[in-house]
Design a protein around this ligand. Sequence first.
Ligand code: KG4
Ligand code: ZN
Length: 377
Amino acid sequence: MIVLSIETSCDDTGISIIEVKDSKTKVIFSVLANFVSSQTAIHSPYGGVFPALAKREHIKNLPILLEKALKKAKIKIDDLDLICVTSGPGLEPALWTGIVFAKELSKKYKIPITAVNHMEGHILSVFAKSKNFEIPKEASKVGFPMISLLVSGGHTELVLVEAWGKYKILGQTLDDAVGEAFDKVARMLGLPYPGGPEISKLAEENRKIVNLRTLAQADEPSRAIFQQKNMRGEKIHNLPIFTLPRPMMYSKDFNFSYSGLKTAVLYLIKKIDVLDENTKKAIALEFENAAIEPLLHKTKKAIEKYNAKTLIVGGGVAQNKHLQRILKKEIKKTKIFFPVRALASDNALMIGIAGTLSYLKKKKSSKNVKAEGNLSL
Ligand code: KG4
Ligand code: ZN
């Protein structure tokens, strides 16, 4: 079976073509082509994604990427057996571009369509470790129950995965998503969009110097000075250390909140006269700790409560080095999967994997696919 998949939920246009072999015990995937056209440079001046621009770019990119993918896969459109397309969650004008494109192809070439939940795509993205990979069908081989931590610019969710297609949202952010908080704080620090990797880079530089954890429980943002001395007792660094709150870290549920943390950074910056490089690094480090620690704490709690055999981390923020490091350090008995770098952010390959599994299970296509901005798992 040859499957085309399309992703246009936000600011990345993705097209992928995979070859799928379905056996009794597993589904075998082979990636024939996988292209993403990033619009980061276009949205960068706005400090976030501008929906009308995203729509225009998707419409322009889709036919170009399809042609490129068909050429790379060395197939013709007639060879396609299934089209998987993201139907939500995401920006509706952006989602519609992919859906309309899929429907036109479907009608013209008589190919069935499967609508895919973007978040299910992020969960399944972790299995594509190379060009050829397989996903077992037997529950015991896959490692259910799983906990999935989905962290991106639009989402912060803890999901219980009991089987493919059987998801329960345990908790989610009550306001901003964690990636969104990274982007907004980066903007406050004068860093380019997307801000996650920029903050992380600054924080990592500082982590090498200030290798100590700041107080996690402080309610009020505070400030101290860290003086690093060399062997002779001479002062070599004079770095500020800030303390920010960890919102909802100890709340008795699996929810998160990032808007208070973002505001705490805003007030902190207002009090600072000169935002020099050392101060920016110190804020980046403490913000990263404050944003990541609640994720670790609640993920651990969810794994314990549901006796999870596997942890899957997905979404753009899954690339964060500090998150990866502390999850690996603090969670020992549970197998942890992260997506490869190229598949952590939005792509069509993950949509192809999720859509194919769902199509093989249901054995029927989706009718009247429509964009659902708030689609939940
Ligand atoms: O999954 P994704 O590509 O798009 C959405 O569906 O949102 O995630 C993008 C988000 C952005 O907010 C970006 O700043 C964040 O992921 N991100 C990171 C890192 N790399 C990307 N956040 C923290 N640390 C990173 N290394
Ligand atoms: Zn995403």
